[in-house]
Structure formats: structure tokens, C-alpha cells
Design a binder for this molecule. Structure first.
Ligand SMILES: Nc1ncnc2c1ncn2[C@@H]1O[C@H](COP(=O)(O)OP(=O)(O)OP(=O)(O)O)[C@@H](O)[C@H]1O
Length: 762
């Protein structure tokens, strides 16, 4: 093997030489293109002929400018492309490849060695591949097979043969640090090595060790809806990001990062994953939380409760009756049944029931709500609501302009003219002069003109509102929906009306409200989005998912989630969107192996779930998780302090103290912040740093830490059965160490997993 390693290092050295040579060539080229672009920019106006005297000349000038701009654009484009190539070569130089397969294709005389890296590299003559991109069809061999018979699919067909050797490399700074020949699909050694490392405040790419099942997710091209149900730490997010990179490669020229959209659970997660694609030489896709998406559409009249406030209010609710009522309301409003109710209601709005705000100017009603309603329902009944709404808007604008002209003659306007600024005067004066070429000054003309300036200024906000459809009284329309519900929903109706009365739109009402709004105003379908990814998909209600599907009608959708990590009140096993019911053309892939945590941690966390048997730990050693039960507050506090000291001492770089709520987190932060460098994560936090982080469980979604401390797993804190998933989510954030503290009796959620813990009383 030593001899082999020398030979491989020799090859690496040769590759590095080629990379250096190629880089130098590009640098020279870059200098030239950069110089050209600079020159074009500097001489831009010298090189265009500016002549505006005659129409013909103007056209010529215009085309001359256009030509110069085009030239500049082309140069700049090739400059950015060269920049990209340099970046890729730079990355390849550090680690040119991570895998090799020797493949003897059927009916071919000789075996070919295929080296696989994050990008492809051709030899000097551009004839042969020295490195294949990990996304090339042939690279599948590496991920899908062990030595022996194997095949891969290309656009031209399937190619079969035999893998004679499979080798993995760990190359850093152009030096082979490790080299393994593997029998099983992807060698455990390599994975052991990667997973044993410290967690980072940013996610890493997994290209070197993608597992077969994950590869299926990454390369799926057929499914309209791809559903990934994967246990905690099974690599769903990782697979999703590599899939984005794959799609960008596979459909280069057809799809760009702008055509891909990822819905993520919170702003912190956005930044956590943001380095993976650039590391692979690709741009990040569009990314948003569903909440951001909703709140930009709700409008300013109602105060929107965000998803975290909803959770926080339920998690800290101690009154059983109000908790249950709220839960009932959430369940209803998350369901497809509710969407059907809303659809029926919208159908009826075609004939009656739409509500409008009167158009008021300076306290005077110009058009009453009744006038507007009457006008609307007199419009063509065959037309859809949005198209009639558009006509109504035009009519309103016309009416308003009429009022504007009438208003201009009124006395108050004449008075206002006196208060116009000097600049306004001058401006108007110039305009009039331009109009009346001969420079003739007429007092009437001037006054008329100035009046129109004054009136226009007053009417502007009103016109803007009309253009934005703010004359539609959505609050009232949505409120009236509740009068169509009765019987078993009586209490929910009461609650909903009270909330709306207070000007408050709950999170469970937000999607139905925005959906209703779009059905009335019409929605802009996002046709440019070709792929939508929804991470933590278990947290979306059937209603929300149905809405997303309508918004992106031409898009393929990838859902990634874990039913066992559903933390919202509307999440339940029977209606989870991960079951993919009601949907055709779907493919479901299940991941059961957990890579994040050590075996003892996974053995413990799987025991927290009623259906945890299928979870398979990746075989990585570690200590059993601990449970320490404290009798007194003070010793709990001290216990936490000394545990933190211990973990820092052990060299863990990211340590999280996970609490149940934001409230609990704030208290812990307050008690820890003096004397220690700690960071508190709140719902708006956009990034987290290495060190000690205090975080509510629901914000730790999707993220991982070297060591996790559950701040208080007592029965007093986790007392509801439906908090099991939240607790499971919190515990599964740990990579290497998990410590559970409990002030008083431990939660019944731990009952079945006690023997997997090292317990102590203090
Ligand atoms: N094939 C792999 N090679 C190397 N590391 C992997 C692989 N698959 C997963 N991992 C690692 O396992 C950890 C968990 O991955 P990831 O966050 O993608 O899982 P997840 O299924 O989204 O987790 P969760 O649902 O718990 O948030 C990460 O550290 C990731 O790098």
C-alpha cells in the first residue's frame, strides 16, 4: 500500500502542475479581459457618437451606446466566468479528488481509472478527463456500488461493467492524508473520520461520502413530488443541498440558482446552510422561511402572530381549557377540510359578500362601501373575481381622478398654494414656461397648474392605496367566513372572532387569510421557479402545502422531513404531508440511518419514540448520555456551570444549552452571561457562533452541536405527551455528547429510555 500511496501522490503532484499551468493561463487571459473591460468603461462616452439633433442621429446614438454596453457586458461576463474557473482550480488544488473507481466496461479492452472530485478537470489538450465532476453520470458508480458488477445510466443509455477497485482519498493542501480501499459501498473509515470531527457553525458538504440512498435523492430527475422521510441526522438537509448542486449541473444553461427555491425553518438555518453550495462552486438558491413569505402578503392592518409566538404560547400555556380550544382551532385551520370550506365561501363571493372600505378624502366619503359593492356586482358575472377586481380598480381610479379635478377648484386648494415651497413654485414655473413656449405668463394658467400640484399631492396616497387593492376589506371578508361555521365549531368561531377583533391574525389563520386574499386579487404564479425544496416539511400543514403547490404550478417539489420531529400543534401522524396522500407522480425515499450522533446517543434518542426501532445508528463510539437529577435550584445552576467547564475543557467547539421555550432560554442566559461568553439565540437571530449557545428547542431545528445540554428535562417542564417530538428534536442535535439535567422528577417522556442513560442524583 505504501508503494501505491507514493504512486497516487505522484499523480496528485502531476495534477497540481497542470492546475498551476491552467491557472496561469487563465490569469493572463483575465488580465487582458479585465484590462479591456476597464478600457471600455473608461472610454465609454468617447467611443459613442452622441448626436441628438435629428431623429436619425438619435437612433444612431442609441445603437452606438447599445453596442458599447453590449461589448462591456460580454467582457464582464467572461471576466466573471474566468473568475469562477480560477476559484474552482483553487479549490481543486487543495483537494483535487476524493475517490477513484477502476471500471472495466463490458466489451472494452482495458480498465479505466476514474478520479472523482468537486469539479471536472481536463488534460492540457482538453481531450481526456483527469478528474470527473461528482455529478457526472459515471461518478454514480462510486456512490452506488462496491467492487464487482456495476452500471450507470447516461442520457444515451445504461453502461455496464465491473468495478475492479474502489479507493477513497483524504487530500488536504495537495497532500494525501489518508487513503482507503473499500469493500462496502462507501468505506466506514472515511465516514468515521468525517463524522468524528467537531461540529461547525456552518454546514459542510458531504460529496466525498454520499450514501447510496442519499444519492437516489440527489439524482432523482423524474418525480414531480419527491418525499424524503428521514430520521434525525440521516442527511436530509445535506442531500437536499447536494441535490440543488446536482440540478444546477445537470441542467446547466436551463436552470440557474434563481429557478430554485428552498423553504427553511428559521433565519438561523438559512445562514447555517449558506456555505455548502459556494463550497461546491455553485450559487445559493433562493431561500425564505414560510413565515417571511406569508408576512409579506398579510398586509399592515393586522398584526401577524409568527409561528414561534404560536409555539411559545402553547408551550407555556398552563390553562387546560384555553390550550385545548386553541389546539382545536389550529387543527381545523390546518386541514384540507378548512380549505374546502374556504373554497366554497370564495365561490359564493362571486355573487355576494365581498366587503370594501369606503374611499374617503379629507374626512369626506367620495365613494361609499355600498357604491363600490354595487359597482362590483354589476360587472360581468362570467368574469373571475380577480378580473372583475381589476376592472373595479380601474373604475375607482377614474372616479378618483374626476374627484381630483373637481377638488382642484375648491378654496382650500387656493389657500394651500400660498404654502407651497419656493422650490415647488420654481419647478411649476419652469413647467408652465415649457408648455407655453412663447413665455407668455397668464395668472390663471399658473394658478390652475399650482392647484393641480397641490391636489395631486393630497390624492397621491389614496391613489397608491387603490392601486394596491387596499380598498378591499379583507378583515371583514375573512371574519364573515366564521359566520358560515356552526355546530361543533361554535367555540372556535368565538375565539377566532375575538382574535380578529383585537386586530390579531394568528399563525393558523395566516395561510387561509393569504390564500383568500390571493383568490380575490389574483396571485402571481411563480412560473420561473422550477424546483421547490421544503426542509422540515413535517412542520407544514396540509393547507399550507396545498397553497404552496398552487403557488408554484410548474415546479417539481422535494419534501424533506421527519414525522418524529413535528413540533407544531398542527403536526400529526395521520395527515402529515410527508405521507403524500392525494398526490400523484410521487416517489418516497426513507432514510433510517442516523449519521449525526454517536451510537450511544442514537440508542437513547430512538428509545424516546414509540416507533423508534427502525432507526439505525451509524457505528461511532462515544459515552452514554447522562441524566443528572437535582433537588435544589442552586445545585442545578452549579451543575450546569461545572458541566460547561468540563465540555469546554474537553475541546468541544460548539456547545448548546437547549431549553424548551424562549422564556426559559432568556432566564438561563441571564444567569450565565456574567462570567462567561455565551450567546443567546432568539427567533430573529441570523447566525450562530462557536462557543456556548443558549437556544430554545424549536430554533435548534436542523442544526447540530458537538455537545448538547438539555437544561431542564423535568416533569414540571415537559409534562405533555405531545411535547415528545420537541424533546426528541432537542436531544438529536448532539453529535458527540448529550447531557440531560432535571430539576426535580424527570419527565415521563424519559420513562422508557432510562437504561440508556447514566443517571445520577445531586
Ligand atoms: N453521507 C454523509 N457523509 C458525511 N456526513 C454525513 C452524511 N450524511 C449525513 N452526514 C452528516 O450527518 C449530520 C446530519 O445531517 P443533516 O443535518 O443533513 O441531517 P438531517 O436529516 O437534515 O437532520 P435533522 O432532521 O435531524 O435536522 C451532518 O453533520 C452531516 O454532515
Amino acid at each position: 500500500m505504501e508503494r501505491e500511496r507514493e504512486l497516487e501522490q505522484k499523480r496528485v503532484n502531476e495534477i497540481i502542475k497542470i492546475i498551476n499551468h491552467k491557472s496561469n493561463k487563465i490569469f493572463k487571459h483575465l488580465e487582458k479581459v479585465g484590462g479591456d473591460a476597464l478600457e471600455i468603461r473608461q472610454n465609454f462616452w468617447n467611443d459613442v457618437t452622441v448626436n441628438t439633433d435629428e431623429a436619425d442621429d438619435l437612433a444612431e446614438t442609441f445603437s452606438s451606446i447599445k453596442q458599447q454596453a453590449q461589448l462591456l457586458l460580454e467582457r464582464e461576463r467572461s471576466q466573471s466566468q474566468l473568475d469562477k474557473q480560477i476559484n474552482t482550480l483553487f479549490r481543486l488544488k487543495n483537494s483535487p479528488y476524493f475517490g477513484r473507481v477502476d471500471f472495466l466496461e463490458n466489451n472494452e479492452p482495458s480498465t479505466e481509472s476514474i478520479y472523482i472530485g468537486i469539479s471536472s478537470l481536463m488534460d492540457e489538450k482538453d481531450e481526456n478527463f483527469l478528474i470527473f465532476d461528482w455529478r457526472a453520470p459515471i461518478s454514480s458508480l462510486y456512490y452506488d456500488y462496491s467492487p464487482g458488477e456495476a452500471k450507470y445510466t447516461t442520457p444515451e443509455g445504461t453502461i455496464e461493467g465491473v468495478i475492479e477497485l474502489k479507493r477513497q482519498f483524504l487530500i488536504r493542501h495537495s497532500v494525501i492524508q489518508g487513503m482507503f480501499d473499500t469493500g462496502i459501498t462507501i468505506g466506514d473509515e472515511m465516514l468515521q473520520e468525517v463524522l468524528g470531527n467537531n461540529a461547525n457553525s456552518q454546514m459542510k458538504s458531504i460529496v466525498a461520502t454520499i450514501q447510496k440512498e442519499q444519492n437516489r435523492i440527489i439524482r432523482d430527475e423524474k418525480s414531480k413530488l419527491l418525499i424524503v422521510q428521514g430520521v434525525a441526522g440521516s442527511g436530509k438537509t445535506s442531500a437536499a443541498l447536494q441535490r440543488v448542486a446536482y440540478l444546477l449541473y445537470r441542467y446547466r444553461g436551463k436552470i440557474t440558482s434563481q429557478n430554485i427555491m428552498l423553504f427553511s425553518p428559521n433565519p438561523l438555518f438559512n445562514s447555517y446552510v449558506s456555505t455548502v453550495l459556494p463550497e461546491l462552486g455553485e450559487e445559493n438558491m433562493q431561500q425564505s422561511t414560510f413565515l417571511e413569505f406569508l408576512s409579506s402578503r398579510v398586509g399592515a392592518r393586522l398584526e401577524l402572530e409568527d409561528s414561534f409566538m404560536q409555539l411559545e404560547s402553547l408551550l407555556s400555556s398552563e390553562q387546560i381549557s384555553s390550550y385545548e380550544l386553541r389546539m382545536k382551532s389550529i387543527k381545523l385551520k390546518s386541514s384540507l377540510d378548512y380549505k374546502n370550506i374556504l373554497d366554497d365561501y370564495i365561490q359564493k363571493l362571486n355573487h355576494s359578500g365581498l366587503q370594501f372600505h369606503p374611499i374617503v378624502f379629507k374626512g369626506k366619503v367620495l365613494l361609499s362601501a355600498e357604491d363600490i359593492t354595487e359597482k362590483f356586482y354589476r360587472l360581468d358575472k362570467q368574469a373571475s373575481i380577480p378580473s372583475r377586481m381589476e376592472d373595479l380598480k380601474e373604475w375607482l381610479l377614474k372616479e378618483i381622478r374626476r374627484h381630483k379635478r373637481a377638488e382642484a377648484k375648491k378654496d382650500w386648494v387656493k389657500e394651500e398654494i400660498q404654502f407651497l415651497d419656493k422650490e415647488d413654485y420654481l419647478e411649476s414655473f419652469k413647467k408652465i414656461q415649457k408648455k407655453e413656449n412663447d413665455g407668455f405668463q397668464d395668472f390663471d394658467v399658473e394658478e390652475k397648474f399650482l392647484s393641480s400640484v397641490v391636489v395631486a399631492r393630497y390624492f397621491k396616497p389614496l391613489i397608491k392605496k387603490i392601486k394596491r387593492y387596499q380598498f378591499i376589506n379583507y378583515e371583514e371578508i375573512y371574519r364573515n367566513l366564521f359566520f358560515t361555521l356552526s355546530g361543533e365549531w361554535e367555540e372556535v368561531v368565538g375565539l377566532s372572532l375575538r382574535q380578529l377583533e383585537e386586530g390579531f391574525l394568528t399563525y393558523e389563520d395566516a395561510t387561509p387569510f393569504v390564500y383568500l386574499k390571493e383568490k380575490i386579487e389574483g396571485s402571481k404564479s411563480r412560473l420561473s421557479i422550477k424546483h421547490v425544496f421544503i426542509d422540515e416539511a413535517q412542520d407544514y400543514s396540509p393547507f399550507q402545502f396545498a397553497y404552496i403547490r398552487e403557488l408554484f404550478p410548474v415546479s417539481k417539489i422535494t419534501l424533506l422531513g421527519d414525522i418524529n420531529q413535528g413540533i407544531y400543534a398542527h403536526t400529526d401522524d395521520t395527515s402529515s404531508i410527508l405521507l403524500g396522500e392525494e398526490v400523484k407522480d410521487k416517489e418516497t425515499i426513507t432514510l433510517t440511518k442516523s449519521y449525526r450522533s454517536t451510537r450511544p446517543i442514537v440508542e437513547f434518542t430512538k428509545g424516546l419514540l414509540p416507533n423508534g426501532e427502525m432507526i439505525e445508528p451509524f457505528n461511532r463510539d462515544g459515552e452514554k448520555p447522562t441524566l443528572t437529577i437535582y433537588k435544589k435550584k442552586e445545585s442545578h445552576k452549579q451543575g450546569l456551570q461545572s458541566l460547561l467547564d468540563q465540555l469546554v475543557e474537553a475541546g468541544h467547539e460548539t456547545i448548546a444549552v437547549i431549553c424548551k421555550t424562549a422564556k426559559e432560554s432568556a432566564t438561563v442566559y441571564a444567569s450565565l452571561k456574567t462570567g462567561r461568553d455565551v450567546h443567546l439565540v432568539e427567533k430573529g437571530t441570523v447566525s450562530f457562533e462557536k462557543g456556548i449557545t443558549i437556544i430554545p428547542a424549536y430554533l435548534a431545528k436542523g442544526i447540530e452541536f458537538d455537545a448538547v445540554i438539555i437544561h431542564d428535562a423535568s416533569q414540571h417542564t415537559y409534562f405533555r405527551e405531545n411535547e415528545r417530538r420537541l424533546f426528541y428534536t432537542a436531544c438529536t442535535r448532539a453529535m458527540h455528547e448529550l447531557h440531560i439535567l432535571s430539576l426535580g422528577e424527570p419527565s415521563m417522556l424519559l420513562k422508557n429510555s432510562m437504561e440508556k442513560l447514566q443517571a445520577a442524583h445531586k
